[in-house]
Design a protein around this ligand. Structure first.
Ligand SMILES: NC(=O)C1=CN([C@@H]2O[C@H](COP(=O)(O)OP(=O)(O)OC[C@H]3O[C@@H](n4cnc5c(N)ncnc54)[C@H](O)[C@@H]3O)[C@@H](O)[C@H]2O)[C@@H](O)CC1
Ligand SMILES: [K+]
Length: 511
């Protein structure tokens, strides 16, 4: 799904109004009625106090339409107009008028702190103050009202965006932003819903298809995509009936050191579980028995050093090589990576200590084969690309890095970001149970395996990140977040692959 900017969405609104020959008021009615339906489906007539806070632009107009439908369906609704300005939008005014015919309870005007209502924990708050039109931070008494809503701990539903969030920048440190429990957003997700610095304001997210012009949406150039099941499934390459293990790639996992042999075991398990035909490991001698016993399906070669990697087996023929997990950063291991990069011409996967070695020896970056996949977590990324001011700046620096070295970057996080040049792919599978030791080693194994199965590097990274998250979802639905171990993620890869072609998850499997 394309992630669009506020300008692109406003343009889509305009084109829709022209091509569908409707008024903007009709479009607002359509969008806000969809929101009402979602609320009604969930509340099912429950007599809880609903407080709708409306701004005076079109986000406020949405709030008025939602409130009108709620009142007509017998809900206990109080409407507040947050009157930060007298410049009301036309569609706001039209819907303000429409309220007259259905209720005698006129909206309460808030013009300052004296008009603040009491908000109780048990209230249901609808935040329709600001949407994509916010162009400067919320200030003064409106900021205090945002604080009051947040402090109330009432369940808060944000319409289109939590008020105070911008679509194209991170709010300042002390900025007033609604901390929504749920956000219902129109037509396309906005980037800030997925960035570490802003995602917590959004709560659970649902995108409503409000029927904006299909042709325009299909044609519009968007460099940022959200990856969900449909997008992941479109990348998948089915297996041929008439095939053998040689068709699914031979991967070589290079890593491990004394006390950290488990990491390579996890990577190799994940690679085999993702479908690699053959899997070999190149590890220090101390790991030989551990790997041979722990994973009989894998083949093992050992370095002459018993505790660390010192060389790379140059004449070994593998389809793809992965380097780094548990390897340590000793000078001898730096030499091993240098040997590897001097002998391998195909894209490699570099993770963990492999990335730390690159950060400490930046000249090695020039040796990376084109389209290699690097999978840093934020700490490793910082060492690679330097400090950033905020998440938008981070993405710019990451794009520059990807272009400079011609590599695919996978920035790991709650929503992992896969970056190649100017293209960004935001992953939407996974859960907090996956924040556990070895989870990244499993991801490297999945991506390496896909590369070995002839997936293009970018596709291998995007699909690999999605499958890894989805495997974690299956593991968590069975075990609970706290009990998910990295090995459980690897054990569920098969379910994640099968699930690509199954319709929606049952509620019992959802996290
Ligand atoms: N046809 C459309 O354009 C549709 C728009 N929709 C809604 O319209 C919203 C956008 O509406 P608007 O463009 O009217 O903007 P908003 O309602 O988001 O903001 C209201 C106005 O406040 C002013 N403003 C911005 N920052 C401010 C600040 N810090 N303090 C005080 N005033 C400030 C701006 O001039 C803006 O016009 C969307 O988020 C969505 O909710 C939906 O009804 C769907 C259809
Ligand atoms: K809002």
């Amino acid at each position: 799904m394309k992630i669009l900017t506020a300008e692109q969405l406003s343009e889509a609104d305009k084109r829709t109004i022209e091509r569908q020959n409707i008024t903007s008021e009709e479009l607002m009615e359509r969008a806000a009625t969809l929101v009402f339906n979602e609320i009604h489906n969930r509340l099912n007539g429950a007599p809880i106090p609903i407080k709708v806070f409306c701004g005076i632009g079109n986000n406020g107009g949405d709030g008025l339409v939602i409130a009108r439908h709620l009142i007509q369906h017998g809900y206990h609704v109080t409407i507040y107009v947050v009157n930060y300005s007298d410049k009301r939008s036309d569609d706001f005014l039209a819907n303000y008028e429409k309220l007259k015919s259905i209720t005698n309870d006129w909206p309460q005007l808030i013009k300052g702190e004296d008009n603040f209502p009491e908000i109780n924990t048990g209230d249901f708050v609808i935040d329709a103050m600001f949407g994509i039109g916010l162009n400067r931070p919320i200030e003064g008494w409106v900021a205090k009202l945002v604080g009051l809503i947040n402090d109330s701990k009432a369940f808060t539903l944000a319409i289109d965006m939590p008020s105070g969030l911008f679509s194209d920048k991170v709010p300042g440190n002390d900025a007033a932003v609604i901390e929504a429990d749920f956000t219902l957003s129109f037509q396309a997700p906005k980037l800030v819903f997925f960035l570490p610095e802003t995602m917590d304001y959004v709560g659970d997210l649902q995108i409503l298809d409000i029927g904006l012009d299909r042709e325009f949406l299909a044609e519009i150039k968007a460099p940022i995509h959200l990856i969900e099941k449909v997008e992941a499934a479109s990348l998948y390459k089915p297996r041929k009936t008439n095939s053998h293990k040689g068709d699914y790639g031979h991967v070589l996992i290079v890593g491990g050191s004394y006390g950290k042999i488990g990491s390579v075991l996890l990577t190799a398990t994940a690679a085999l579980k993702t479908g690699s035909g053959l899997c070999s490991l190149y590890i220090p001698e101390c790991g030989y028995n551990i790997v041979q016993t722990g994973l009989p399906e894998a083949m093992v070669l050992t370095d002459k050093d018993s505790e660390q990697l010192t060389t790379y087996p140059e004449d070994f023929e593998a389809d793809v090589v992965c380097f780094g997990m548990g390897a340590g950063t000793s000078q001898k291991t730096v030499g091993a990576l240098e040997d590897l990069l001097n002998s391998v011409k195909e894209p490699v996967v570099i993770d963990a200590d492999g990335l730390n070695i690159l950060s400490n020896n930046k000249k090695l970056l020039d040796l990376l084969p084109k389209d290699s996949v690097l999978t840093p977590h934020p700490g490793e990324l910082k060492r690679l690309i330097g400090e950033w001011q905020d998440d938008f700046d981070k993405l710019e620096k990451a794009k520059d890095f990807s272009k400079k070295y011609d590599v695919v970057l996978v920035i790991k996080g709650a929503h992992s970001f896969t970056i190649k040049g100017d293209e960004i792919y935001v992953n939407n599978s996974g859960n907090p149970g996956m924040a556990t030791a070895g989870s990244g080693d499993v991801l490297s194994g999945v991506i390496t395996s896909l590369l070995g199965q002839s997936y293009e590097p970018l596709s291998a990274a995007i699909l690999g990140v999605y499958l890894h998250g989805r495997s974690g979802d299956f593991a968590a639905s069975e075990l609970g977040y706290e009990s998910v171990l990295a090995g459980d993620i690897a054990q569920n890869i098969g379910k994640a692959v099968k699930d690509l072609f199954q319709s929606e998850m049952k509620d019992s499997e959802r996290n």
